[in-house]
Ligand binder design. Structure first.
Ligand code: GDP
Ligand code: MG
Length: 305
């Protein structure tokens, strides 16, 4: 099902940009984090969690993969935020060496079809990755699904995985590398992402908030880092604004007696300590900016355009 590993073949180091494409919630961000071995792209059970293009740099003996996570492609949304997310996802394809179309085992929806069409339209070489195989019992049920997938497009390979359980990821990494051109590193050795620490801090806060408010806050939240300073004893002082788009959401985010905001701050701080290897002090403010999701200028200010 997959090409031979490049290990041991004549020829040297390989590298390239590889785009993760697929409908919301198939597991693109989970896969990026699993291949990277650390949390970079935020993950929640809600669709449309990823809003930005994020590059994770995955290096092994055979080469360096610049793996690009994208917002999921979805249709039927007229808001400026959704249009911006779709544009981001499409633009990534134009300068990618290989596209990975991620699908969920045994499922094929209109949104998968949309994602496939975008990849086909881009004309880029593509592979299919079947995720969430941990949910399939017995595994033989995958075989007809793999066949039907193969009929949908000229995939260079079809690799079944479980991003969550870490199943078959080495096979996936080797198969991807085998289809990349030989070449030098695209990023310096040891670099994890093209994104700044501020970006990762803002995303971590947004993840904790989304997890905390899973039922209550419909998409209308953004996080902006106002300042980041290091104290003489090496602690990172962060001041961040949580933007909500309706005044009525402010008390929901803050919670009774500020409890909810405190919980968000605490879990973000613990994760950031671990992720970035620094001690953090976070100060969170909640502010209202009406209709930021419909406002192109607001999106630009939040680095979403
Ligand atoms: P994205 O929208 O494509 O980036 O998807 P996410 O990575 O945010 O994942 C969406 C949901 O699917 C999360 O709740 C993940 O925990 C879950 N998920 C991702 N990969 C797997 C997998 O291999 N198996 C199972 N069972 N769940 C997964
Ligand atoms: Mg995602």
């Amino acid at each position: 099902m997959s090409a031979p590993s490049p290990k041991g073949e004549a020829g040297g180091f390989r590298s390239g940009f590889v785009a993760l494409v697929g409908r919301p919630n198939v597991g693109k961000s989970t896969l990026l984090n699993a291949l990277l071995g650390q949390k970079l792209s935020i993950v929640t059970p809600r669709p449309q969690t990823t809003r930005h293009r994020v590059v994770g740099i995955v290096e092994s003996a055979g080469g360096q993969i610049a793996l690009v996570d994208t917002p999921g492609l979805h249709h039927g949304h007229q808001r400026a935020l959704n249009r911006a997310m779709n544009r981001t996802a499409t633009a990534v394809l134009s300068d990618t060496d290989l596209a990975l179309l991620l699908v969920e085992a045994l499922r094929w929806t209109d949104e998968d079809e949309l994602a496939l069409q975008r990849v086909l339209d881009s004309g880029r070489p593509m592979m299919a990755v079947i995720n969430k195989i941990d949910k399939v019992h017995p595994r033989s049920r995958l075989l007809p699904y793999i066949e039907s997938l193969a009929a949908r497009g000229p995939f260079l390979a079809i690799v079944p995985i479980s991003a969550l359980r870490g199943a078959n990821l080495e096979d996936l990494r080797n198969t991807v590398l085998a289809h990349l051109p030989e070449g030098e590193r695209l990023f310096p050795a040891g670099q994890v992402t093209d994104r700044s620490d501020s970006f990762r801090i803002g995303e971590c806060i947004r993840e904790k908030l989304t997890l905390e408010l899973v039922e209550e806050l419909p998409y209308g939240v953004a996080v902006e880092i106002e300042s980041l300073t290091e104290t003489p004893d090496g602690r990172w002082e962060v001041s961040a604004v949580i933007w909500v788009d309706r005044a009525g959401q402010k008390p929901i985010v803050i919670g009774a007696g500020g409890e909810r905001l405190k919980r968000v701050g605490r879990s973000a701080r613990l994760e950031l300590n671990h992720l970035l290897g620094k001690r953090f002090h976070l100060t969170l403010f909640v502010k209202v900016r009406a209709d930021w999701m419909d406002d192109a200028r607001a999106l630009q200010a939040l680095d979403m355009e």
